[in-house]
Design a binder for this molecule. Structure first.
Ligand SMILES: Nc1ncnc2c1ncn2[C@@H]1O[C@H](COP(=O)(O)OP(=O)(O)O)[C@@H](O)[C@H]1O
Ligand SMILES: [Mg+2]
Length: 390
């Protein structure tokens, strides 16, 4: 007797799994690791009428943290939160335009307060256009005289200050104001901000040198006007738990050596840690060990190699040599020490000095400090890992 086996293939129409390690934007508290202390600090400051300066190197999580803070504050509905990114602004007129855009986008027009906001901004005689794709309003200004523009900025801030709830205004990439052709922006903002009663600011930025100088030098208008909140690496133990739990929620396992390797290899520079975890997750492994983790790291570097070679074309030979040397040292504390210069054949201390300046201005490296002193480090963690293999 012959049996015919009928094999039934079950086709599971599964929803696509959302990658729990996003690398852009903010996706809610579940996908946001830690930062409790910093969130609380900013929250407390906002509620107690204290301005904050939020500082870290790029891609450490300032914008994410501001989103996270807004998420919490918006749920309470006792404060208006406005976020404005001024990275693209070139002068005070742009700043006013960007700020007005952010305000219009925060308060949808037509209803209640939104109507009031729209009327107020329209009275400043801007050009309002609507983004083709998003339909969101964008505001720009053209002034014949600087005086008009300064007055408009002042009246806009006073208008916000008079709303029915306190306002938290987060200005991201605040160091940008130091590049404006107007030389009095700091003093102007300080004068306009000082009399406000209901508006709290977060000045956020990645140029430590520029912002520290702005807020900590007693010769500058903003001196002592905001509390410094510095964003460092998320503690390794917290990040490791976060990563393990997200893999576990998708019924996947990642072992401890892998977790340790991820944190160390990405130097806990948040964006790079997220990118690596995102890839490990995307690759669909159900059991991740050190071998898989290291192979994934190599793969990531390989994919970016063309990009890294491009950097080399943009630098002089000595700048490239210096960059390579910094990557190999990881943290370079003594750039002018004879043994460092000899070890990497960098010529003279003045060669090194010029290279460091060029690399800093191109944001290929950054300067920071820890318990052992000031150091230089390669900004892009993946580039650093690739360079150290050369
Ligand atoms: N606490 C966090 N947990 C998880 N991912 C984060 C966290 N903070 C930042 N990120 C992610 O890291 C990346 C860089 O963060 P971002 O806020 O843009 O840095 P910055 O504003 O300092 O340049 C973003 O992709 C963001 O999604
Ligand atoms: Mg940012």
């Amino acid at each position: 007797m012959r049996y015919t086996f009928c094999v039934i293939h079950f086709v599971y129409l599964r929803m696509p799994v959302i990658n729990p390690f996003p690398v852009t934007g903010y996706h809610g508290p579940a996908y946001f690791c830690n930062r409790q202390t910093e969130t609380k600090r900013l929250h407390d400051n906002a509620r107690n009428g204290v301005h904050s300066t939020l500082l870290s190197i790029r891609r450490m999580g300032k914008t994410g943290l501001l989103n996270h803070l807004f998420h919490k504050l918006n749920a309470r509905r006792d404060m208006y939160c406005i976020y404005v990114d001024i990275y693209a602004t070139l002068n005070q007129t742009d700043l006013l335009g960007q700020l007005s855009t952010a305000i219009l986008q925060t308060f949808p027009p037509r209803k209640g307060i939104g109507k009031q906001v729209m009327e107020f901004i329209t009275a400043l005689r801007p050009v309002i256009s609507y983004d083709n794709l998003t339909g969101k309003p964008e505001v720009s200004f053209h002034f014949a005289q600087t005086r008009q523009q300064e007055q408009s900025l002042g009246s806009l801030l006073r208008f916000l200050d008079g709303l029915d709830r306190p306002v938290l205004l987060a200005i991201d990439e605040f160091q940008q104001i130091a590049t404006y052709p107007e030389k009095n922006t700091e003093a102007l903002l300080r004068t306009l901000i000082q009399p406000l009663r209901n508006t709290r600011f977060v000045f956020s930025g990645s140029s430590k040198h520029v912002l520290m100088e702005m807020f900590s030098s007693n010769k500058r208008p903003f001196f002592g006007s905001a509390q410094l909140v510095e964003l460092k690496q998320i503690p390794q133990a917290d990040y490791a738990i976060f990563i393990r739990q997200h893999f576990a929620s998708s019924r996947r396992k990642i072992d401890d050596p892998s977790l340790q390797f991820i944190c160390e290899w990405t130097k806990l520079h948040t964006y790079y840690t997220q990118v690596l975890c995102n890839r490990l997750f995307a690759d669909g492994h159900t059991k991740i060990d050190l071998g898989i983790t290291q192979a994934t790291c190599s793969q990531l570097l390989k994919e970016q190699e063309a990009h890294f070679f491009q950097y080399r074309n943009l630098l002089t030979a000595i700048q490239w040599q210096t960059l390579l040397a910094i990557a190999k040292e990881d943290k370079l504390y003594q750039p002018h020490a004879r043994n460092f210069i000899t070890k990497y054949r960098l010529g003279t201390p003045s060669n090194v000095k010029r290279s460091l300046e060029a690399l800093l201005s191109k944001e290929m490296i950054y300067q920071d400090q820890d318990a052992s002193g000031n150091y230089y480090r390669v900004y892009d963690c993946f580039l650093a890992r690739w360079l150290e293999r050369q």
